[in-house]
Write a protein that binds this ligand. Structure first.
Ligand code: SF4
Length: 131
């Protein structure tokens, strides 16, 4: 059973998620419980690991993942491609943005091409096409 996170880190993760959604031009899912579940998972990792490691993946070695930083929220996929596989940061319909993913990425294969409704926002990473 997933442990209950501290209120402090639930609040911290909500604050982060609201700011990051605003900055990246993304929305929270309209489906009840989706956003809350991801926030809770991030807060549990903040409590237990000291970092908001993505809660939607399996890790052989969580400490090694923290060192690599790839899956610390906001993860590399979100920074580079504006893709959140946890559905924390979505379009207004609650769908993940897949427009910038490489065609052989699991997200593109799973969801097809879902365009970015706010292309002028987000994608702080360095792997933008043509950059
Ligand atoms: S997929 Fe990335 S952006 Fe989405 S919750 Fe996980 S770490 Fe955060």
């Amino acid at each position: 059973m997933t442990p209950e996170p501290s209120e402090k880190n639930v609040e911290r993760m909500w604050n982060f998620a609201k700011k990051y959604a605003d900055k990246s031009g993304t929305s929270f899912s309209p489906i009840e419980g989706v956003t809350e579940a991801v926030i809770k998972g991030l807060a549990v990792h903040q409590d237990t690991l000291g970092r908001p490691l993505c809660p939607c993946r399996f890790y052989q070695d969580k400490q090694a993942e923290i060192q690599s930083r790839t899956w610390i929220c906001a993860c590399e996929d979100m920074k580079n491609f504006k893709y959140c596989h946890c559905l924390l940061f979505t379009n207004e319909e609650g769908m993940p943005i897949t427009e910038y993913l490489p065609e052989d990425h699991e997200g593109r294969e799973a969801w097809g091409l879902i365009p970015d409704p706010t292309p002028d926002k987000g994608r702080e990473g360095s792997r933008k096409p043509g950059v």
